[in-house]
Write a protein that binds this ligand. Sequence first.
Ligand code: 6PG
Length: 252
Amino acid sequence: MPACQRDINIYPTSQSLMEAAATHVVHHAGQAIQERNVCSIALAGGSTPKRLYELLATSPFHTQVEWTKIQVFWGDERHVPPEHADSNYRMADEALLRQVPIPPNHIHRVPGELPDAQTVADRYEAALRTQFHVPEPDIPRFDLILLGMGLDGHTASLFPGTPAVDESRRLVVASWVEQFQAYRITFTPVLLNRARQVTFLISGGEKAETLAAVLEGPLQPHALPAQIIRPNPGHLTWFLDREAAGNLRLLQ
Ligand code: 6PG
């Protein structure tokens, strides 16, 4: 695996982690807009990033982003309609998107309401390629992708033991997740590792053991899919709170 540049930032609390992450998002959005007049961001789902999204929607951060030049996507989504309680789109919409002046046609949600999961993935991949004006076989390049990590080392919806972890051609796939008895729609490593900047947000002591295995243990991406994230030539940044980082040797 080619090495990639990565840096690890550890903060005393989850709140200070999220404040630093908000500054990080503002910085990368401003840099992308300065260089290309647009910033493409893929949001993470789950519960961790909600506080970040709430911060970005409030002072001082909400006035520091040129929202009209942001194109927002989701790195993964549950196979549910947008109004569903489990929808990653719904969480981000309520916490951030309806609070800021981002044009509605800049919000590219996964069409999770469609009954067939593979069709959802196909449509999302096609929409990505259209938005980026990047036909096959080229790969769209996000300016910033936010990710979380589950207790089992999954990220986005790349779960241990699923074929999505090994996907080497598609940008977006539908992945059956046994423990949920449900499909997830997810960016693949192909798309994730093409990004200019990939940033993990990980908080809480319950993740400390898994995080230490991901960052300091042997490379085993089928068991710990977060290890598959190695953007190159892009940059990988970890935003951790002290509890999540508690088992890292670098802290000993
Ligand atoms: C999802 C996420 C998923 C999430 C991790 C961590 O759709 O659930 O994309 O990858 O980031 O499961 O979830 P928490 O932030 O809730 O711990």
